[in-house]
Design a protein around this ligand. Structure first.
Ligand code: ATP
Ligand code: ATP
Ligand code: MG
Ligand code: MG
Lengths: 256, 256
């Protein structure tokens, strides 16, 4: 069965979507990957070329039940990369699902179907909160990749997401583990990045990916063209970083 | 009575907290300002020097009711700036308040007390979501200041917050208006900033503040010292930008 990784951090703007899209695209060179957009903002769907006006039923429909996943997923510009786009109804999901049965397990139940065997990896892009949508991702996932912007406010919040992972592992999903902490938007020119990176490595040790994603303007330009960085600018530092991350991501799996 | 301004945008990391802290500090040179931290991350509280371990009852206690606001607010390093810090219980507020009476009006009710007459301005820093906490801020507020990072994903999401403001104004709070859209992290060195700024001005016209906040590393360093930018580095471009914003903010009020 596929391994499921959630990209989660309640701190906003730390690179969850950028990392989910570009790591998925790098892995999709050799593995079959499904990216699930569980954020009502729908940035991962836009970043992979699904315009807003073309989004029919998507990840909300999968949570609500009743449609087969195969009917909801869409191809992307990469053969081996498939997306389950965010649909407009996702914005109301937290309130609507709150009073339903197995409200935290809706996504896990939706993914427990034979269709999913066609994927090697499933990634879930989460919104910047620890509400019911992120909780659904943590219950469905085997592990969590936590992107962490090299800034002070982001550093302050990292224990909130790691404590939540521990709590979910103790109660709702015993197999859930921290995949790793990924340092993003690292800016060599400024001291703060170094200080934050040193702090995080001192505290989390081997749980921090060796690969660091540099601040690279091409990464923020690529989504406006609906392309992952590897297709938008193959020679950019952003492409090199996410390809190195893909290699490390798979190597860490083998050792785990 | 004080004017109440919510700092809201569901897109994460766009400068909500940074703008709330530094505009509050600039206005507090001549006006009495209360900053309410309604984000479970508690970044505004940290940014104004209230360490995590010293946070007792705060904004969650105000929502839950039963304590006078005067007992919950704290002084800051600026005479005229007071803060209502985030407390740890805020993380569970969305779920806990969901089933209560007047759940969207809890903050508005808490602020409708004589104590508040001692302030000229009340600012509310919101989390990156459109859930019950942000809804409480929109129901309590006279207007909403929407910080917008000059990046593609942030641009994509701006209609989500402006549509929400319209919806709340039609149903729960008829006096709610858009205070303005504030362009943040503007980077002269890159084209994307210019493109986004031009797009936003073309669409929102005079609703966009003339003052633009540049990307300035000193703004991201200041919170690690628990200081607003004006005290951390008075000669930085960040200080100049928020002081110019304070002048424009007050001038736009007079014209409104
Ligand atoms: N390494 C990088 N270098 C430069 N810009 C980046 C980098 N990574 C992400 N960005 C840009 O920074 C912004 C925030 O990134 P992104 O939207 O991926 O974060 P997020 O955690 O998914 O945000 P949210 O919390 O809103 O979901 C985006 O505009 C993105 O294009
Ligand atoms: N003009 C600026 N120049 C440089 N860095 C900035 C600027 N404004 C904010 N920052 C930094 O960018 C990050 C995001 O800003 P901030 O935390 O204020 O955004 P936010 O919208 O409040 O985030 P969240 O959605 O998580 O609440 C922070 O690390 C902050 O220090
Ligand atoms: Mg995102
Ligand atoms: Mg904030």
């Amino acid at each position: 069965p596929p391994r499921i990784t959630a990209f989660a951090n309640q701190k906003g703007g730390v690179g969850k979507t950028t990392s989910a899209i570009n790591l998925a695209a790098a892995l999709a060179q050799s593995r079959r990957v499904l990216l699930i957009d569980l954020d009502p903002q729908g940035n991962a769907s836009t970043g992979l070329g699904i315009p807003r006006h073309e989004r029919g039923a998507g990840s909300y429909a999968a949570l609500a039940g009743g449609q087969s996943l195969a009917a909801l997923t869409r191809p992307t510009m990469l053969d081996k990369l498939t997306i389950l786009p965010a649909d407009p109804d996702l914005a109301g999901a937290e309130v609507e699902l709150a009073a339903t049965e197995r409200r935290e397990h809706r996504l896990a139940d939706a993914l427990a179907v034979p269709d999913m065997a066609g994927f090697d990896d499933i990634f879930i892009d989460c919104p910047p909160s620890l509400g019911l949508l992120t909780l659904n991702a943590l219950v469905a996932a085997d592990s969590v990749l936590v992107p962490l912007q090299c800034e002070f406010f982001a550093l302050e919040g990292v224990s909130q997401i790691t404590r939540t992972i521990d709590r979910v592992a103790r109660s709702l999903n015993p197999r859930l583990a921290l995949e790793g902490i990924l340092l993003t938007m690292f800016d060599r020119r400024n001291n703060l990045s170094e200080l934050v990176a040193a702090d995080v490595r001192a505290f989390f040790g081997a749980k921090v990916f060796a690969t660091v994603i540099p601040r690279n303007i091409r990464l923020s330009e690529a989504p406006s063209h609906g392309l992952p960085i590897a297709l938008y600018d193959p020679r950019s530092p952003g492409t090199a970083a996410y390809e190195a991350l893909a290699v490390e991501f798979l190597a860490r799996r083998k050792m785990a």
